[in-house]
Design a protein around this ligand. Structure first.
Ligand SMILES: [Zn+2]
Length: 77
């Protein structure tokens, strides 16, 4: 099982893609005290999972998704 993570909005939001067997679980961790409950889903490959995670972040927390405000995707251990 591997997890990829990208920070958004000055590190307040985490987009996560975790491999589970042959698919990827997509979820978004909200800033503390926020409860918009972003939807969770599965995707069949990593690029799709990452793109979907970024779209979910943008859908629930619209922001200027730029290099200044947001990080890059990184693989965690
Ligand atoms: Zn962003």
């Amino acid at each position: 099982m591997s997890t990829w993570r990208r920070f958004h909005l000055n590190d307040t939001i985490k987009a996560l893609a975790t491999s589970e067997n042959s698919r990827f679980f997509v979820r978004v961790v909200e800033p503390p005290d926020e409860h918009r409950h972003p939807r969770e889903c599965y995707r069949w490959n990593l690029p799709d999972a990452q793109e979907t995670a970024d779209k979910i972040v943008q859908g629930y927390y619209p922001h200027d998704c730029s290099d200044e405000n947001c990080g890059a995707w990184n693989k965690l251990d």
